[in-house]
Design a protein around this ligand. Sequence first.
Ligand code: UTP
Length: 287
Amino acid sequence: MEIKKAVIPVAGMGTRFLPATKSMPKEMLPVIDRPVIHHVVEEAINSGIDDIIFITGRSKRSIEDYFDDSPELENHLKMKNKEKMLKIVQDISSMVDIHYIRQKEPRGLGDAILTARKHINDEPFAVLLGDDIIVNEKPCTKQLIDNFIKYGRSTIAVEEVPRDKTGSYGIIQGKPLDDSLYIMDDIIEKPAPEDAPSNIGAIGRYVFTPEILDCIKKTTAGVGNEIQLTDGIRLLKEKQKVYAYKFTGKRYDTGDKIEYVKAIIDFALNNEDMQEQIKEHITGLGM
Ligand code: UTP
């Protein structure tokens, strides 16, 4: 079975990035010259997705503009003979089929995903959080899709997180099947370190059977008074197996300021045109 649809929720308030996010979405923060969301969409496309549903909200217009045609800009670049930049700009608007659905209020990640229900049409689908960049030759979403194809069941990406950070993740309890795969027994939203069943945390990538939507619908507001995806997953695992997959790759949670700065440094050090000067700069700091 193929997975062709992906939901990318971008309707959160981004309070960790205030005041910048007062008027701009955190997903549009640039990592060098491409916004975070560009990297996320690229991962979806490189995983075989050809239909993306963005769940948007207040002050997210710039995301739509970014993936739309921009005739004025394109004409300007044509007139100035900036062919290379013209191609880059045109490629962005023809990347993939994108639909936009508005989440009326940011009532939680579960609620955001439920908003896409009509468009999902009872098919399995991927979810990529719009502020997580994951770098790896085989995209993280593709790794999950391959596991889904093998077992036919929902698969969520996980990684080991520091014990004192369990309060920022959905933490799983699971039976290991091999080095990278678990069958999920439970998942708990943001437990304190002393209550966490493990230090294996869910990150921003999932592939779901369509049954997750009914499960989310049955939940009521949980932690933080939000409709939590985690609570939907807990119900889903009562009905069918759910797998947790330790993905390969380097993740940056760019919704967090320190992680965002690390992403910029690493991308600059990997960029042929910039690496020498950035290395010189860092060395010059003498730390
Ligand atoms: P986060 O919790 O990281 O986003 O949600 P946030 O609430 O915007 O961030 P802070 O904590 O206030 O800084 C993970 C993802 O889910 C989306 C967010 O946009 C983000 O991509 N989300 C969250 C929604 O689309 N709707 C919601 O109601 C909540």
